[in-house]
Design a protein around this ligand. Structure first.
Ligand SMILES: CC(=O)SCCNC(=O)CCNC(=O)[C@H](O)C(C)(C)COP(=O)(O)OP(=O)(O)OC[C@H]1O[C@@H](n2cnc3c(N)ncnc32)[C@H](O)[C@@H]1OP(=O)(O)O
Ligand SMILES: CC(C)C(=O)C(=O)O
Ligand SMILES: [Mg+2]
Length: 514
């Protein structure tokens, strides 16, 4: 039967030690409520002695949260343990989490204590905490750089003193997965009373191995994994909860573990933390990054459209997302483009499809991402198009703060080039005047608007020009990543609509013919 792994969330304590991730009381309470919904077994709500604000947050969370163990961190110092207890005592299931460093390096240079003193302090403070609280977690800070023989002695003593959880942290993210496996095994096999407690691990991500190390430790016998949402935490962060949990869930076949986390709440919890801290998640972050369920390459999109398991090892729904994303870009192929056209309600002939696909690829070379609005614009421009009586060939604009703006526009009409130059107050006005000269008529510009139809610096600008001619209004549209070009093509498009109307009316073409 699969072994249960308890999840200890320390987003509100170690996570908050991440620069820029401080949270106030209300924010911590919001996060704690969400962690309860997520069904975290333990919430480390803070480090009560560290500030009045942290003390208040821990005690408030202890009062509100009913379904999780609530822990506060404390050094092996009586005043820290007093504060931790005063804050967690309201919890239905309180825990005091006390720690002391055990590596020679930390003991000598930081604590300035001998191993004997550290052992004596650890034991006495676990006993001290035990007077308050049944559930005591003891952590050997920097355990993975500590002498395993010393750890064995220390752990036996603190378990005898009443510890219920023994944490073996990889404080500086130093250990390698198979090494950690052996390390935990060695401790498990040599600490005579280890069966009385949960073995916990707490991994940092300095070498990017926090999750791999946590899983290796679980394989070796750890029954509690400490982690944070989005992997926030000191330096390179802690093991990411979502990565650990989805590994347990997705590779249950191999790992044979289960946990209580409701995976469908993962994305909401991650988003809440991002909105509270304002610290964004990198797009390629496993599980919760914007690209974690996005496919851009044609070959992948084709595979996923046929059977999503070809390129998805878990479903977006399993973490609470509605759908995967098919991102259309320069690497996309016809299958994904066709699917998107259908979902946008377009039914194109093969010829229209080929033309639109070619235009889409051209645009994708210029833009990073193609949005639905881009596709709509491509299709309406190239498939539902007005005949191009006048077609823009090229344009040159001279602009400066000490000269009048000059626009030189060249169009083709009946396979001949016509070029005109005009001055104006700005590039758009000068261009419109030049086109007016080309068509040889006074066209009344009723309205002109420009808007970005997609996002980003490389957004497409759609220009809309309304021209009135002989009592009727004609609307032209132009689309380009260059707003001057979209304005010129919008004007020409409106002129072409006038030409089309005139040809329908069987009137003689009164526009300029060279
Ligand atoms: C690996 C980890 O994540 S450990 C947790 C790290 N988190 C934090 O430090 C955040 C909260 N910390 C704080 O607010 C402050 O550091 C406090 C309130 C805890 C202590 O503040 P200060 O009293 O000003 O001490 P300061 O932080 O400068 O130094 C730490 C002191 O604690 C001692 N100490 C460190 N760890 C322990 C421990 N586990 N047990 C006992 N003493 C310890 C140090 O030796 C040093 O002692 P000294 O003042 O006698 O030299
Ligand atoms: C306090 C302990 C558990 C810690 O955060 C660490 O060792 O990284
Ligand atoms: Mg830590």
């Amino acid at each position: 039967m699969a072994r249960l792994i308890k999840i200890f969330d320390t987003t509100l304590r170690d996570g908050e030690q991440s620069p820029g991730c401080s949270m106030n009381l209300q924010e911590k309470v919001q996060m704690a409520k969400q962690l309860e919904t997520l069904k975290s077994d333990v919430i480390e709500a803070g480090f009560a002695i560290s500030s009045p604000g942290d003390f208040e947050s821990v005690s408030e969370i202890a009062k509100i949260i009913k379904d999780c163990i609530i822990a506060s961190l404390a050094r092996t110092i009586p005043k820290d343990i007093d504060a931790a207890w005063e804050a967690v005592k309201y919890a239905k299931r309180p825990r005091i989490h006390t720690f002391i460093a055990t590596s020679d390096l930390h003991m000598k240079y930081k604590l300035k204590m001998s191993p004997e003193e550290v052992l004596e302090r650890a034991v006495s403070m676990v006993k001290y905490a035990k007077k308050y609280c049944e559930d005591i977690e003891f952590s050997a800070e920097d355990a993975t750089r500590s002498d395993p023989k010393f750890l064995v002695k220390l752990f036996e003593a603190v378990i005898d003193a009443g510890a219920t959880v023994i944490n073996i942290p990889d404080t500086v993210g130093y250990i390698i997965p198979d090494e950690y496996y052996k390390f935990i095994k060695e401790i498990k096999e040599n600490v005579r009373n280890i069966h009385k407690v949960d073995i916990s691990v707490h991994c940092h991500n300095d070498l990017g191995l926090a999750v791999a190390n946590s899983l290796a430790a679980a394989k070796a016998g750890a029954s509690q994994l400490e982690c944070t949402i989005n992997g926030i935490g000191e330096r390179a962060g802690n093991a990411a909860l979502e990565e650990i949990v989805m590994s347990l869930y997705t590779r249950k076949d191999y790992l044979d573990f289960e946990c209580n986390i409701d995976t469908s709440k993962i994305i909401r919890t991650s988003n809440l933390l991002t909105s509270i801290t304002g610290v964004p998640v990198q797009p390629n972050k496993a599980i919760i990054g914007a690209n974690a369920f996005a496919h851009e390459s044609g070959i992948h999109q084709h595979g996923v459209l046929n059977n999503r398991s070809t390129y998805e090892i878990m479903t977006p729904q399993s973490i609470g997302l509605n759908e995967n994303k098919m991102v259309l870009g320069k690497h996309s192929g016809r299958h994904a483009f066709e699917k998107r056209l259908k979902s946008l309600g377009f039914h194109l002939t093969p010829e229209e499809f080929n033309q639109s696909f070619a235009k889409f690829k051209q645009l994708a070379d210029k833009k990073k991402v193609i949005y639905d609005e881009d596709i709509e614009a491509i299709v309406s421009k190239h498939c539902f198009n007005t005949p191009e009586f006048y077609k823009l060939k090229n344009y040159v604009i001279n602009i400066g703060n000490t000269i009048s703006t000059t626009a030189s526009i060249c169009v083709t009409f009946n396979e001949k080039d016509i070029e005109e130059v005009a001055l104006g107050d700005g590039p758009v006005q000068a261009s419109f005047k030049a086109i007016e000269k080309i068509v040889g008529k006074d066209l009344n510009l009723e309205d002109y608007r420009i808007r970005a139809i997609t996002k980003g610096k490389d957004a497409q600008g759609e220009a809309v020009v309304k021209l009135s001619y002989q009592g009727k209004t004609y609307t032209g549209k132009g689309l380009s990543t260059d707003v001057i070009e979209s304005s010129i093509t919008a004007y020409i498009n409106a002129v072409n609509k006038i030409m089309l109307a005139l040809s329908y009316d069987n009137k003689e073409n009164t526009m300029n013919i060279p």
